[in-house]
Design a protein around this ligand. Sequence first.
Ligand code: NAD
Length: 439
Amino acid sequence: MKIAFIGTGYVGLVTGTCFADCGNDVTCIDRDEAKIATLKAGKLPIFEPGLGEMVGRNVSAGRLVFTTSLRDGIQSAQVIFVAVGTPEAPDGSSDLRALHGVVAELAKHINGPKIVVIKSTVPVGTNEVAHQYFQKNCPHPVDLCSNPEFLKEGAAIEDCTKPDRVVVGVRRPEVGETLRELYAPYMRTERPFIIMSPESAEMTKYVANAMLATKISFINEMANLCEKVGADINDVRRGIGHDARIGFMFLFPGAGFGGSCFPKDIRSLIHLSKQTGDPIRIMQAVDSVNEDQKQVLTRKVVSHFGDRLKGKTLAIWGLAFKPRTDDIREAPALVLIDNLLAAGAGVRVHDPEAIPNVRAIYGDKIAYCDKPYGALEGADGLVIVTEWQQFRNPDFELMRRLLTEAVIFDGRNLYDLETMRASGFAYHSIGRQSVKGER
Ligand SMILES: NC(=O)c1ccc[n+]([C@@H]2O[C@H](COP(=O)([O-])OP(=O)(O)OC[C@H]3O[C@@H](n4cnc5c(N)ncnc54)[C@H](O)[C@@H]3O)[C@@H](O)[C@H]2O)c1
């Protein structure tokens, strides 16, 4: 099949490349000239495990091409996916300007019958508005569908090639069948392909993210309570997770969720519900618990150093909003950096992939270190914000030698409390008792 993707970001580039990988001819379009130039030069504009090799293979085979021209890019496509960003607007709603702009351009340039698929996460009703627009402004028949994307950055290729399910919202069953054919190579293990109305498909994406965000804020709030009452959230987690009705997924306490999806999607859902006159209350609580949780590491640092914080230097391991990505949108690490700088502390950071993105924000206000141990040199304590695998088994002896004060604030509960007691570190984690350390 001939396919076009409009929007070559985390979603468009990954899904477009995966479709090319099973034999389709894919054109990825983006208005960002630098991004397209980078891709044309054989480099990736983002970090996603396994993506570089897959893009290279499909470009070499002539199945994957890049362009900034929407008009040229869509001419021969039977199916056009729209995967542009839908960031948060100041009032919490979704900023749909990029999407509406693409719809207007498409209506102008479409040259025959097409299937247009909205893959961006958009509030319920967006598909219908675009459908009406095409009916009025496009001389060719356009079947407009919704196909929300569920991939996770860091495991995006795996998610695309082995989806738990694919959801499509269509107006005509035949269109659903064309999309089923397109997805068939990745559905061979009888994964469900679920066809519904565009409204239900749009809603499905928000409800999925709302549920996942709720689990995180839930466990974070329970963790904070555990700390206060002398319980250990890790034990509690084990105690509840074996209950098949509860399970273990997404119930890890931490420093709050970030990323380009959960925060904006739950606020968009809240906004949508307010428009109906019946605001949903649970998501408002989830959002405010999360905003508070992003302060939890700062609170621990302040409570440890007290008046001594000004002039101290803190090392930070992990800046991306989660491991295996370079994405720092709404990352808890940024809140911590802002707080530390405001308190007069110095900051030395390490992240395996996200440093260029963080440098673009902070410039020379903080120190950037290629190696995790480099960040510790001369620092007065370590704060762990993102749970990259390589932080899980560090050399505590070396760390003690490099840090001027043996203290770790662990926002991801990476280490066993017994290990930390033996290490001599003061150790503050989430939802567990602090280890005092040797003075
Ligand atoms: N990132 C994720 O993990 C993820 C997962 C599921 C769903 N989503 C949703 O998918 C959508 C895209 O997310 P993303 O993370 O890929 O965003 P992104 O910011 O990485 O990429 C969006 C791209 O669209 C391009 N663009 C914007 N307007 C354009 C236009 N008029 N013409 C051509 N290109 C244009 C931008 O230049 C950018 O490269 C969002 O709605 C998001 O909520 C994201």
